[in-house]
Design a binder for this molecule. Sequence first.
Ligand code: GLY
Length: 370
Amino acid sequence: MSEKDLAPQARTVRVSAASRSYDVHVGAGVLARTGGIARAAAGGGRCCVITETNVGPLYADVVESSIEAAGYDVAPRLVFPAGEPNKTLDTLGCLLEGLAERGLTRDDAVVALGGGVTGDMGGLAAALYLRGCRVVQVPTSLLAMVDSSVGGKTAVDIAAGKNLVGAFWQPSAVVADVRCLETVPRDLLVDSVGEVVKHAVLADPAMLDGLAAAPLVGGSLDEERLVDVVTRNVEIKRDVVDADERERGLRQTLNLGHTVGHAVEAASGFSLGHGSCVAIGLCTVARASAALGWCSDETAARIVGCVAAQGLPTSTDLGAEELMGYVAHDKKRHGDGVNVVVPERVGSVAVRRVTLGELAELIELGREGA
Ligand code: GLY
C-alpha cells in the first residue's frame, strides 16, 4: 500500500449552528474514514448510503466498507438517477419508502454520498423520515464541499421553482475528500469556483488574491491547495451559519451574486452552470456598485479580474428587461423589494433593500462596458 492510500488525518472545522454542532472533516483520502466518523458523530446500529447512479459506482463500496468496519449493519444502498431533473418529490418519496423498507429506526444513520443534488435530497429524506434521523453528508463535488453540504439547507424542486420545498436539517458530520474531485468533469469543477470566489469576496482578501494569481483548477489538481481552499471556504460559511442558521440576517450575505445569478441561470433554461451564473452576478453587482459609489473601481476590478482568472464568465448578453422577469419569481423576493448583497470592499459586503425598478437600473449599470 502506498503512502497515498493511507487515510490521512483530516483538517477539522467545527460548526456550531443553533440546532446542532458538528465537525466538517476535509482531507485527501478521508473517504475511507467515513464509517468511523459516522459512528462517533451519529451513532446508531444500521446505516444506509443514499447516492446516485454516477457517484455510487465510484465511491459507495469504499464508504460502505468503512461503515461496516466501524461496526454498523449496512443496509442496501439507495441509488436514484443522477441529475437535477430528478431532485423531485417523487424521488424523495422513493427514498423515504426505501428507508422504511430497510427498517431504519430514528436512531440509525443515513449517509448522503454525492454532489449537491444528493446532499439536498438525502438531507431532506433524513429530516422527514420518522420526523428526523441522523445524516452524515459526504460531498463529492466542489460546490457541495464548499457550500451545500455545510449549513443544513435541504430541498427538492417543484414545478414552481428550484429548492422551493425543504427544511433546515443539520448533518451530524461532513466528510469532504478532495480526492473525489479527480472524477468530476473539469468544466464542472471550474464552474464551482464561482462560489469559492464569492466566499473570498465576502471574507478573505488574501484568498481572492491567491485565486487571481492562479486558477484553482489547472492541468492537474493540487490536493494540498484544494484542502486549504475547501477548509477556508467551510470556515467562512461556518462563521455565517453559526451566527444565523435560519437566514434571518447575516446568512443573506451568502446570496452575494445570486439575485442576478439566479435570473441568468433561469433565463438560460439552467443550461449555464450555477457557479458561472453566480460569477456573472458577482461581476454585475461589483460594476454597478462601483458606478453607484458603493465600492471603489479598484474593488470592482479586483473581483472581475479574479473571476476572469478562473476562466469564468464576467458578463451576460441578457439585458435587465429579460432578467427582471425571472427576478420577479425569485423565492428570496420580499414584497415589491429585493435584498441585494453588494461589495463595499473585498472582505466586506452590505445588504441593500432595493425596489424592482432600482434592481433593473442596477443590472443595466452593471453590464460590461455600461
Ligand atoms: N448556499 C447559501 C446558504 O447555504 O445559505
